[in-house]
Ligand binder design. Structure first.
Ligand SMILES: Nc1ncnc2c1ncn2[C@@H]1O[C@H](COP(=O)(O)OP(=O)(O)OP(=O)(O)O)[C@@H](O)[C@H]1O
Ligand SMILES: [Mg+2]
Length: 411
């Protein structure tokens, strides 16, 4: 037998010392990497939008958009004049789009059946809380949550994105670095904790660089909720919400400020996820169509239904408006994936989203620099790569928007 190599001296250190050292190295390297791709002084921003995209976001014909925008820009009472780019075509910022919605609403006010461009829900339309889940890691929860939240904001809804994952990938995608930019008590833990340090959720919500989109960031502090809850269950005061009702309870405090809440859940069925399940009016389960992923989802479904039974047995309301499986990172030319998708569709029928999210280097590359498809400049990719990814993403999000509108009874 070959003589084993001399172990490096550090291997004689206690494990905790080795892990501590590796953790410090990784942490400083990551910070350096972050500083390179996204300097602390840089403000994150979203790309500009073409007339065709804006027309689609507003649900207008492009020619009509051109006319109304020229008319509005010619007026001197509204400070609205989107910049023009190459070929004298207008380019729209997200602020331009938000302002255009308001101006269009004003200009059609009083009409017999005015169209609504600002989409705020009415008094009979319930706040939609969508939890994006699956305990399989890497199934696309965060990618789905981030794009859905941004898409809905661009479509004119008031959206709150909640990062419930201690890994805080959603916050990072939104340009909020969990170790640097998120301090103590600045995650939802601050609003749902059991002790006297608890603070109002309003103080924790942040604006983002997209009008209509707010964020509750995450970081490792969220783990505290998993640690505190068993103890709190033993000493619970009857005038306080039990653990699984706590997210629902704090979201109700800001209910009137939003139309949709999107919760990005961690890849486990802990107390945080259970609390999100209870708060949710709808459930999106992301599935990568591969055997191991589907087997793991099988366990996830069994455990989730057991949990929901338990939660229901203590009287929590079951507010299931819809639940859907979303196929993620789908490769249409991959035979086994297609078989898996066909199997899922045959078992779960209408519970599987009609549109799947295609696998695309535009999405994974954008993710490397903490960006979404709405942020990354399309010039970084071949046009067809970018456009195919965006089309797939828009189709998925439009289908979800359709489900929301259906709940509200809108056509
Ligand atoms: N449609 C896609 N095409 C290509 N890459 C994708 C796509 N969706 C997600 N990815 C990549 O796959 C990885 C995992 O995605 P994501 O972080 O969204 O999964 P997750 O379920 O939130 O993971 P976790 O369980 O760790 O929270 C990321 O690197 C992401 O950029
Ligand atoms: Mg995630």
């Amino acid at each position: 037998m070959a003589k084993s190599k001399q172990a490096p001296s550090s291997n004689t250190d206690p494990l905790r010392a080795v892990i501590r050292r590796l953790s410090e190295t990784l942490s400083s390297q990551l910070q350096a990497h972050q500083a390179r791709i996204f300097p602390p002084t840089a403000r994150k921003s979203i790309r500009t939008f073409t007339p065709a995209e804006v027309a689609k976001l507003l649900g207008l014909a492009e020619g009509y958009l051109r006319t109304v925008v020229s008319d509005l820009a010619a007026r001197d009472d509204n400070d609205f004049n989107p910049a023009t780019g190459p070929g004298n075509r207008r380019v729209y910022t997200v602020e331009d789009i938000a302002k255009l919605r308001r101006l269009l609403d004003e200009s059609t006010r009083g009409a017999r059946s005015p169209r609504r461009y600002v989409q705020n829900r009415g008094p009979d339309e319930q706040l939609q809380i969508i939890a994006v889940m699956n305990f399989k890691g890497g199934s696309g929860k965060t990618t789905t949550s981030a794009h859905l939240a941004q898409y809905l904001a661009l479509r004119g809804y008031r959206v709150l994105a909640v990062d419930l994952d201690p890994q805080a990938s959603l916050s990072a995608l939104f340009g909020t670095q969990p170790e640097l930019d998120v301090g103590e008590n600045e995650t939802i833990y601050g609003a749902i904790r059991y002790d006297d340090e608890r603070r109002p959720i309003q103080e924790i919500i942040r604006k983002t660089y997209i009008p209509g989109l707010d964020l509750i960031p995450g970081n490792i502090e969220l783990m505290e909720f998993e640690h505190d809850t068993p103890k709190a269950l033993l000493q619970r005061r009857s005038d306080e919400p039990i653990f699984f009702a706590r997210i629902e309870s704090v979201l109700s405090e800001v209910e009137s400020d939003y139309d949709v809440v999107v919760i990005d859940c961690p890849p486990q069925l802990g107390f945080l996820t259970m609390s999100a399940l209870t708060a949710a009016t709808s459930l999106m389960i992301t599935v990568h169509p591969q055997m191991l992923d589907v087997m793991s989802m099988n366990q996830f479904l069994a455990m989730t239904s057991d949990l929901l039974d338990e939660i229901a047995s203590v009287g929590a309301a079951d507010r299931n408006n819809w639940m859907r499986f979303l196929i993620t990172r789908f490769e249409p030319t991959d035979g086994p994936q297609n078989q898996m998708v066909a199997l899922l569709r045959s078992m779960f029928d209408e519970h599987v989203m009609v549109n799947s999210m295609l696998k695309s280097t535009a999405i994974s590359d954008a993710g490397l620099t903490n960006q979404t498809l709405f942020e990354i400049e399309r010039g970084q990719f071949t046009r067809s790569t970018y456009d195919r990814a965006l089309e797939s993403m828009n189709n998925v999000n439009a289908e979800i928007e359709g489900l929301i509108k259906q709940v509200w009874g809108r056509s």
